[in-house]
Design a protein around this ligand. Structure first.
Ligand code: FAD
Length: 435
């Protein structure tokens, strides 16, 4: 994620720098006024670059899963590019506002003359200026509620739908107010490219086209309440479903009004268009889901997505698989996919962290699946008996590969533990959070 964001920042800065170095400063311009102008140009360019990336990533581009490490990481990059875009928009606005301070300090003397166009184009440019300002305020407000984790998810998602409209306003602002000499320079080519990509993403989002090519319909064939807070749902899908690799997830719509939620496919691909989910009641919608679902009910499933894929395990590395609570779902799919070929199973230590082993409805399935896989050593950590998984207990080395799915807090604690022991194992983590 850091690489892609830093690369984009570098490429845009290089293109902007090329223009700055190649064009002569207007005669008599004061360095402070020039600095203000170039700060506005640079921050505006990088802001629109980040926003264009945000729009592209919002289209769930499967072709970017390999370079970015899976759809959960694409969402994380989308989020951080949005945060960067918001900060740069603020910088752009502050640079614009600094005009009054500079005027008060050194006067209007040496100000860089504004570009003025004739007729309708000038009217459009004024409109673009206003639109940019409104979009910026709205964008900053949306950014604040995104960062404010306590803001409920459903109204957040509703408000977040305004983003493509705000992007189109910002794109209009950038296209009309970018210095006219840009269009004959590499920076103009880059800007045009970024705007094209961003407008594509915004239009896809507004016409509800995101991921439609990967959507299948079907119906629920079984619903079971495994425990107070865990539901098991089995679905049969139509032929639009192209199968999945164990560990992948899908966006599942049981109810059009509610919309899609991401769930890991907790079963292997049996080639019969059936998939199953194990869903924990973690919030308003998922709590008590088993009571609201029934066999025969229609379902829409979009996917599969994700790279938490057993085939990516490095056979030369020591394998440690760690599941925390409902984060065991991708491992259930892995273990199920291995049932037919136990002799080919890689040697791995599977650590399952549970609050209470005795009442955990997923433990019997885990035990049954591991019973026929001699290569998999299952360790159950029962928190109620004080068995908390610690980094020191895992016996990692730098050649260890860890596959982790569970709470972020546990992952952070393990990472810190490995660091304190001087190890940097290769950790693949599936994020269960998208916001
Ligand atoms: C890749 C991935 C795989 C997952 N697999 C499983 C699984 O196998 N089993 C399981 O029980 N849970 C899984 N989850 C978590 C599950 O998606 C959320 O618990 C569920 O969406 C919560 O919905 P809610 O309305 O009940 O909760 P709320 O209280 O409304 O939301 C709690 C949090 O869940 C997330 N969330 C809620 N709605 C959505 C949505 N429509 N899209 C994206 N995120 C949302 C947000 O981070 C939100 O802050 C997975 C999440 C991800 C990202």
């Amino acid at each position: 994620m850091k690489t892609i964001l830093a690369s984009l920042l570098a490429v845009v800065t290089l293109a902007w720098g090329w223009d700055v170095l190649g064009s002569a400063a207007p005669a008599g311009a004061h360095p402070l006024w020039l600095l203000r102008l170039e700060l506005m140009n640079w921050s505006g360019l990088v802001c629109i670059a980040m926003m264009s990336l945000v729009m592209l990533l919002a289209t769930r581009p499967v072709w970017l899963e390999a370079p970015l490490g899976g759809m959960d990481r694409i969402y994380r990059t989308h989020k951080w590019a949005g945060i960067l875009a918001g900060s740069l928009a603020l910088l752009h606005w502050l640079a614009e506002m600094s005009g009054d301070i500079i005027k008060a300090t050194i006067g209007r003397e040496g100000r860089v003359p504004k570009e003025v166009f004739a007729g309708f184009l000038e009217v459009l440019r004024e409109l673009a200026g206003d639109m940019g300002e409104w979009a910026l305020y709205a964008m900053l407000a949306l950014l604040l509620i995104t960062l404010w984790k306590k803001f409920p998810y459903r109204p957040w998602r509703f408000l977040h739908r305004a983003m493509p409209v705000l992007y189109l306003m910002l794109a209009f602002h950038a296209a009309l107010l970018a210095p006219s000499d840009y269009w004959a320079q590499p920076v103009g080519v880059l800007l045009a490219l970024m705007l094209t990509v961003g407008v594509y993403g915004a239009v896809e989002s507004l016409r509800n086209g995101i991921g439609k090519a990967r959507e299948a319909s079907g119906s629920i064939i079984a619903v079971e309440r495994l425990a107070q807070d865990i539901s098991s749902v089995v679905c049969r899908l139509d032929l639009a479903w192209r199968g999945h690799r164990p560990g992948q997830f899908a966006f599942v719509t049981f109810d059009d009004k509610e919309g899609a939620h991401p769930f890991t496919i907790a079963s292997a691909d049996r080639g019969d268009q059936t998939i199953s989910f194990q869903i924990k009641g973690l919030g308003d919608y998922t709590r008590g889901l088993a009571e609201r679902l029934q066999a025969g009910q229609k379902v829409r499933v979009q996917g599969p997505y994700g790279r938490f894929d057993i085939s990516r395990c490095n056979p030369k590395a020591k394998q440690i698989w760690i599941a925390g609570g409902i984060g065991v779902t991708p491992f259930l799919a892995w273990l199920e996919s291995l049932q037919a070929r136990p002799s080919l199973v890689p040697a791995a230590d599977l650590h399952y962290c549970t609050r209470d082993q005795a009442s955990d409805a997923l433990v019997p399935r885990l035990l049954a699946l591991c019973a026929v896989l001699p290569g998999i050593r299952l360790h159950i950590h029962n928190a109620q008996q004080g068995a908390i998984l610690k980094a020191q207990a895992l016996k990692v080395c730098n050649k260890t590969e860890i596959w982790y799915c569970g709470p972020t807090g546990l992952a952070d604690m393990l990472r810190a533990g490995f660091r304190s022991m001087g190890f940097r194992p290769n950790i693949h983590q599936e994020a269960f959070e998208m916001r």
